[in-house]
Design a protein around this ligand. Structure first.
Ligand SMILES: Cc1cc2nc3c(=O)[nH]c(=O)nc-3n(C[C@H](O)[C@H](O)[C@H](O)COP(=O)(O)O)c2cc1C
Length: 319
């Protein structure tokens, strides 16, 4: 079984992936958040800053992701990425945000198989990298996804990741496992399961239902509980060790932001974002998060965090 970390814009960036691997482990491949292709041909390194080899731990398997609907642009961006040494590039046809879908990108392209065909006809001529696709059930319904899967079957893809929601659903409701199964059975490529794996029990339930799937992508579940991937892999981690690891994770992320952000407000905002996922498990009563949200200076913020780690604020239940 192979576990990958889902791309999450603003969170699973290079420093986060590197640290996650070092401190928590359990992930076999890391998908980077999407880079949107454009018609501009300037070789701006800033577009690729998250996947530059110098900011990524070379031991990690990183798969860059592109978002776009134009074959020329995609090929241009993909060739730049392949030149950096990446072997696999992922095409995002799942993003549900209206700003993206209104332009027939992300899951907004799913109702238009002809556009998908046009891009693939173009992109699949380049064999300097493997192409994988990350999709949803459809923009509005499963029929759209079904047509897309049938089309994808005609191309030499390395795999298809399916998130079992429609684009319309965004992140609400639940994954629809019956619809996922329909697409999975129709898909001739290797399928990766994605969606709503928050606990070991979720993983076991889905794995039992689809015993032949070998690849699972974890997103919000792995951010909320960073021990989840290694727990799925069978490791048992003692509570004291978990607290130490969360402290190390926090302290390193904090130092990272101290170095790159200017001003306490930005720093405090970033750290609130950092805790948003983690606090769901470690602070179920929300007491700690409430104090964090009120902090306006880095001194006040660190004071709360220190109280938490020295046990003055009760924060940790169990993951
Ligand atoms: C804030 C946020 C940002 C995301 N950014 C991306 C992205 O850049 N590329 C992508 O393919 N999916 C993105 N996703 C979707 C996740 O990769 C994943 O498919 C989705 O969260 C379902 O998996 P999960 O239930 O395990 O989280 C994002 C999700 C969230 C919540």
């Amino acid at each position: 079984m192979k576990l990958s970390l889902a791309p999450i814009q603003g969170m699973t960036l290079a420093y986060y992936r590197n640290l996650y691997a070092e401190i928590f482990g359990g992930i076999d491949a890391y998908y980077s958040p999407f880079i949107a292709t454009t018609s501009m041909r300037k070789d701006s390194l800033s577009l690729f800053k998250d996947i530059l080899p110098e900011v990524n731990d070379s031991k990690l398997d990183i798969i860059p992701q592109l978002l776009g609907n134009n074959g020329d642009d995609f090929r241009y961006f993909a060739s730049k990425i392949a030149d950096m040494g990446y072997k696999e590039i992922n095409w995002n046809i799942g993003c549900p945000f209206p700003m993206v879908t209104n332009k027939k990108k992300g899951s907004g392209i799913l109702p238009y198989p002809d556009m998908i065909k046009e891009l693939l006809d173009d992109v699949c001529q380049d064999d300097s990298y493997d192409l994988t696709v990350k999709m949803r059930l459809g923009l509005n319904n499963l029929e759209e996804g079904m047509k897309v899967v049938e089309l994808l079957n005609d191309y030499p893809l390395k795999g298809v990741i399916i998130h079992g929601r429609t684009g319309q659903q965004k992140y609400t409701g639940h994954v629809d496992l019956d619809s996922f199964e329909t697409l999975y059975e129709a898909c001739k490529h290797e399928v990766t399961y994605n969606g709503d794996i928050y606990t070991l029990e979720d993983y076991k339930r889905i794995q039992t239902r689809f015993p032949e799937i070998e690849n699972f992508m974890l997103g919000r579940g792995a951010l909320r509980d960073p021990f989840l991937p290694s727990t799925i892999k069978g490791n048992v981690i003692a509570t004291a060790q978990k607290i130490d690891k969360i402290k190390e994770f926090h302290d390193t992320v904090f130092s990272h932001y101290v170095n790159i952000l200017s001003g306490d407000k930005h720093l405090c905002d970033k750290m609130k974002e950092f805790w948003t996922y983690l606090s769901i498990h470690v602070d179920p009563s929300g007491k700690f998060m409430k104090k964090i949200k009120k902090s306006r200076t880095s001194i006040a913020y660190l004071d709360i965090v220190n109280q938490m780690f020295d046990g003055t604020i009760s924060w940790y239940e169990s993951i």
